[in-house]
Design a protein around this ligand. Structure first.
Ligand SMILES: [Zn+2]
Length: 246
């Protein structure tokens, strides 16, 4: 193969560019499930709050029902005690029954106070429900939109990635095997960045000076060089005039 060093270097630059894009795409694709997980946990948190409030209300309603039954039981007890009154023979018996009735009345009053207390709490809790439900609904809508957006994104990234892989293969096929292998080795060892620009005599991969002779050869493009320090393939990266400090 007699491809000029200049062209080969350009191919390396192109390969690096495509590899960078492939890396970014893979990273973005790997991030999507995590992004969805964290959005889903937000929704689940809202649903959890709603469930807690609903359960609290149900528990209070059951408590209230139990108290109602208790009152009913006490009232039955009282009615039964009163039926004994006509058969009473002594004053002592009479007083005993009245005392019993009074005790029951007292208990009923206490239970009814408790019931009232619960009803007040229930009222407050019930007022929380619409707000919590609203938040839940909003989060549900938001999550579904977000998921759709992410699914579309995923599809697009996958399509683009396929194209990039083809593009990469085409570039790699053009490269000399030795160069490609060297590129791959460097790339694998540091997860990308096998090609670096040379600005002045500074390698942009490691910011070390490069020998003057090498600088000239890279600038002319007559040889393929790697940085002696970081092994990056070096290409001449002209510094724009405006960014050169005076
Ligand atoms: Zn370097």
């Amino acid at each position: 193969m007699s491809v000029s060093p200049k062209i080969q270097l350009q191919q390396l630059v192109d390969l690096q560019k495509v590899d960078d894009q492939i890396f970014e795409h893979k990273k973005a694709l790997a991030d999507i499930p995590h992004q969805l997980d964290s959005a889903r946990s937000e929704l689940e948190e809202k649903k959890r709050v709603l469930k807690i409030v609903t359960e609290e209300i149900a528990a209070l309603q059951k408590q209230r029902k139990d108290l109602e039954l208790e009152v009913q039981g006490e009232n039955d007890h009282m009615a039964k005690a009163k039926t004994k009154l006509p058969a009473v023979k002594t004053n002592k018996e009479y007083t005993a029954i009245l005392t019993e009735v009074d005790t029951v009345k007292e208990r009923v009053s206490k239970v009814e106070d408790k019931e009232l207390e619960i009803m007040e709490i229930l009222e407050v809790k019930a007022k929380e429900i619409p707000g919590v439900e609203k938040k839940c609904k909003e989060e549900d809508i938001y999550f579904n939109e977000y998921r759709q957006k992410k699914e579309t994104e995923e599809k697009r990234f996958k399509g683009e990635l396929e194209e990039l892989v083809v593009k990469r293969k085409n570039i790699a096929d053009e490269l000399e095997t030795v160069i490609l292998k060297r590129y791959q080795k460097i790339s694998d060892s540091r997860e990308g960045g096998a090609v670096a620009g040379l600005q002045g005599d500074i390698c942009q991969g490691c910011f070390q000076h490069v020998l003057p002779q090498m600088v000239i050869e890279i600038k002319v493009g007559e040889k393929i060089h790697q940085c002696a320090n970081c092994l990056s393939f070096l290409f001449w990266d002209e510094v724009p005039e405006t960014s050169v400090p005076k």
